[in-house]
Design a protein around this ligand. Sequence first.
Ligand code: ADP
Length: 490
Amino acid sequence: MTGTSGAPRVLYAATECAPWVKTGGLGDVVGTLPEAIRAAGVDLRVLLPAYPALRVAIRGRRLATFEGAVLSETTLPSGVPVLLLEASALFDRDGGPYQDRQGRDWPDNAERFSLFARAAAWIAGEETSLGWRPQLLHCNDWQTALAPAYLRFMHGSDAVSLMTVHNLAFQGLFSRDAFQSLQLPEAAYAIEGIEFYGKVSFLKAGLYYADAISTVSPTYAREIQRAPMGFGLEGLLAKRHDVLHGILNGIDVRLWDPARDPLIAAPYDCDQLETKARNKRALQEFLGLYPDPHVPLFGTVSRLTHQKGIDLLLSVGERLVSLPGELALLGQGDKDLEEATLAFAQKHRGSAATIIGFDEGLAHLIEAGADIFLMPSRFEPCGLNQMYSQRYGTPPVAHATGGLIDTIADFDPRGGRTDGSGFMFAEPTPASFFSAIERAVAAYRDTVTWRQLQKNGMHADFSWDASARHHAALYRSLIDGRERSQQPPT
Ligand code: ADP
């Protein structure tokens, strides 16, 4: 492996990468951010488990073995170099990356992801035969979060570590017994370490041992320093606030571009917003909704979970259809929410449709065909769909939390603001949510106002550029800080 001389060398460890392996926003981020960071002058390489979907799509060149796993090197179509960790007994299986087809966690997740994290630390930590050694190890979510602990306890490692939290609700909690297999010193099983209320917390290890922490929006970075958003880790995060950074996510503006989207019925840009109506018609037809061009069509694409406020959506559902309004909902997740959303659509056939499943094409058509996008998340580290929807001229109605606050300008005609691009509500309650929906519908009825709102969102810059620059600067300052601390005092 050859490096780009002078550029900071970064190993970016993650366990999803769109379009091959994606369970949510993390997959989208890993599929796009690395390319943008490289364009900002960083010699970044991605480390991924060699899931079947990746192995089939991208052939690797064998480089080394580590604890019985094979490390191979390859390049993504985007040009981003990738290291794949092949351990067929651990990663080569049918189902999701973390769960089987029935939605049950794989019983050996601690073993799977501790090996992955050890491999990341090994690459960053010692003189390997790879010929390329990162100066910084960038970890993403609990699946990679043991790596900073391994680095810390490894002899001779001078690599710095950065732990990014994409969603603090997922912590990688395992029983105390799992600790024995992790190959960490006994001392690490402590409150000042990996222990979390009698269990092992992979994420806490990352938050505790990493040199710096980041999360995916500035507002979420503040929120997680307090209960309840800190999910029990707020004390540790508040203590480390001086190394905690909020770097706002972007989106893939090439993949999510209404002017060039092959997955929608009729491409359009902000000067041809009339064409958007053809997407609405196509969506209504596809879902069996009444093909009324005037009724506001609400769209949602989401994991069906408590976090995403799907229960709030159901609580306002009756009022929403009797506005009148229509609802197009795509998602999968908790079985009770899947059943409840299906029952709602059944009851309001023609006005509401629920599709259970993960469907990239339909997600694009909903963004393009809906008039208004609904995002009543109880908490949202960053959220991507509200950015997609603004780019598609589909203003969002969203709970004022986390990254939603940082990416949506609330439309407030009374305040004289003309830059609004969506509708925020303060409390995650049906009443607060529905009053924002009513504000959105009132604006929708006023064509001039609505066009302005749509254009405001479509003109916003949601590209990865700012995030990539921010990451490159953070990498440089962390690496410089480590180098300075290693120089003998003069
Ligand atoms: P989270 O990562 O919490 O699920 P985000 O908004 O950050 O939420 O990212 C979700 C991503 O997954 C978006 O790209 C969204 O379009 C996609 N997505 C979620 N559910 C589905 C689904 N059922 N079908 C297609 N895409 C989905």
